[in-house]
Design a binder for this molecule. Structure first.
Ligand code: NAD
Length: 478
């Protein structure tokens, strides 16, 4: 469905995020015919570029990051005609009068803050001072949304001084993934799952976000952040919320976010012996963290695994195991809902114990798989085997379902439409920090040193023990 015409200003338009993610996403939506003609994208950054030079930069980025569609010269030309550039400094008056002239009135005006958080305040102030906001103004901000509870509160207060909460879109791109939205459709659109979605039937839940990349190019930021702040506090926490939340009365922004907030607030503090921190140590597959970070004594974790508890009626007694790390054996983001064993096996001991699992895979190969137990074909006797009950979306929905829109495509268009459902509200972010802060403070107080793990492995051995102690094991990373 085409959206209303809009002006989208990308502050930091020459930066990595803008060129790698935002602009290619906008281009793909343009190719999909989702834009009205009167729309414009305005790159705004410090570099003294002309609009033509900026268009050249965009054109290069499209070739790299939207290779398929950028082969159509007409599409690229049409898109570039709608791209402009204003050189501007967030910290001075330079360029702002020009930006004011470039904006048209009476349409959606979105301002994407694709810059570091220290510029959020100055940008918000100048947007107001130059009267650039209109009735349909939206502000888009990216992680890191604060470094701890105090800084997150300060950032929220800075934005709140200039904009209403209803105008602020805090992006967590995990929420833009097709499968994450599908998770809500599966949970709340079917009768089948929700009656089983509780501690009576679910043994435990695993959320894994494994990365093969390291910290190259982000050393300075990462040294101060670590896996807990960089991934756990936001992406994994958001996934946990969607798995654990109660059904909202409606699929509307505040109904959904109210339920997510309740989950975060129901989280118990994590016991120190329920957390494993790790740091990649090098090996045959690359350099160790400390060498890359240039800090031989760094105690920043590049891996964290923990056991969390959502203390409410639905989930009491069902552990949530969360883990994320860098330089691991494979890139894989997956949620596994592990159901309990059948209470009694009528097939005897040799048939083994079997349990159902629902796997929600975010990357690679987004999709949902339900594992069920069936008879092993052809064998004498009754041997059981676990197989995926194949829900082939491709067959049912056609090939388009195999090429879902990138998370940023969905999210940027939601900004334009004014739909905040898939964006984090300020109180959610603060509640997540309130849960995270004591964990980090505990490490600091104890002088905790992360456990080394080999690059290209599945993480530190202690993470396996975390599961073993509970007579469970991690599903494979692949
Ligand atoms: P970057 O360093 O590549 O780009 C920064 C941009 O900000 C540049 O366009 C620069 O010109 C502009 N800028 C800096 N100071 C300015 C000023 N005073 N006035 C106007 N413009 C100014 O950074 P990035 O990687 O694109 O990241 C931007 C933000 O998004 C950061 O906060 C980052 O943490 C966050 N983020 C980035 C990614 C990513 O994949 N790159 C992912 C998630 C979040």
């Amino acid at each position: 469905i085409p959206v209303d015409p809009f002006d989208l200003v990308i502050f930091g338009g020459t930066g990595d995020l803008a060129q790698r993610k935002i602009v290619p996403a906008l281009f793909r939506r343009y190719c999909a015919g989702q834009w009205p003609n009167a729309t414009r994208i305005i790159g705004a950054a410090r570099a003294g570029l002309t609009t033509d030079a900026f268009r050249d930069m965009v054109s290069d980025s499209l070739r790299k990051h939207a290779p398929k569609r950028s082969k159509d010269p007409e599409a690229v030309k049409g898109f570039l005609q709608r791209v402009e550039y204003v050189a501007l400094d967030a910290l001075s008056e330079d360029g702002w009068a020009q930006l004011a002239k470039t904006l048209r009135t009476e349409r959606v005006r979105a301002f994407y803050f694709s810059v570091g958080p220290r510029l959020f305040g100055p940008l918000a102030e100048r947007i107001r001072a130059h009267d650039l906001a209109n009735a349909q103004t939206r502000i888009v901000v990216e992680k890191p949304f604060g470094h701890d509870l105090e800084s997150a509160r300060a950032l929220n207060a800075t934005l709140a001084a200039h904009f209403d909460e209803g105008q602020i879109y805090r992006i967590d791109h995990y929420l833009g993934k097709e499968t994450v939205q599908n998770l809500m459709a599966v949970r709340f659109g079917n009768m089948l799952f929700e009656p089983l979605w509780n501690s009576q039937y679910v043994d435990h839940i695993q959320i894994t976000v494994a990365e093969t990349v390291g910290i190259d190019g982000r050393e300075e930021y990462y040294e101060r952040a670590g896996a807990m702040r960089d991934m756990m506090q936001n992406h994994l926490m958001q996934l946990l919320c969607l798995i654990a939340m109660e059904p909202p009365a409606k699929f509307d922004p505040d109904a959904v976010r109210d339920e997510k907030l309740k989950v975060i607030r129901a989280l118990d503090p994590v016991e120190p012996h329920h957390i494993v921190r790790g740091q990649f140590a090098g090996g045959a597959n690359g350099r160790g963290y400390r060498e890359v970070a240039g800090n031989p004594r760094s105690t920043t974790e590049s891996y964290v695994a923990l056991r969390a508890h959502v203390s409410n009626w639905r989930w009491a007694g069902t552990p949530f195991y969360l883990r994320t790390g860098k330089e691991l054996v494979a890139r894989s983001s997956v949620i596994n809902v592990m159901f309990k064993d059948a209470p009694h096996s009528i097939f005897g001991e040799e048939a083994g114990r079997h349990a159902n699992a629902l796997s929600i895979r975010l990357q690679p190969n987004e999709g949902i798989t339900l594992t069920v137990t069936i008879k092993e074909p052809g064998q004498g006797g009754m041997r059981l085997v676990d197989v995926p009950l194949d829900m082939s979306f491709a067959e049912a929905l056609g090939p388009e379902s195999q090429d879902p829109p990138d998370a940023y495509e969905r999210l940027v268009m939601d900004v334009i439409r004014g739909n905040q459902t898939l964006f984090m509200r300020g109180d959610e972010v603060e509640a997540a920090w309130a849960w995270t802060d004591p964990i980090i403070a505990g490490w600091q107080a104890r002088g905790d040193v992360p456990k080394p793990y080999e690059n290209g492995s599945t993480g530190p051995g202690d993470a396996e023990l975390l599961m073993k102690r509970d007579h469970r094991r991690w599903q494979g990373i692949n």
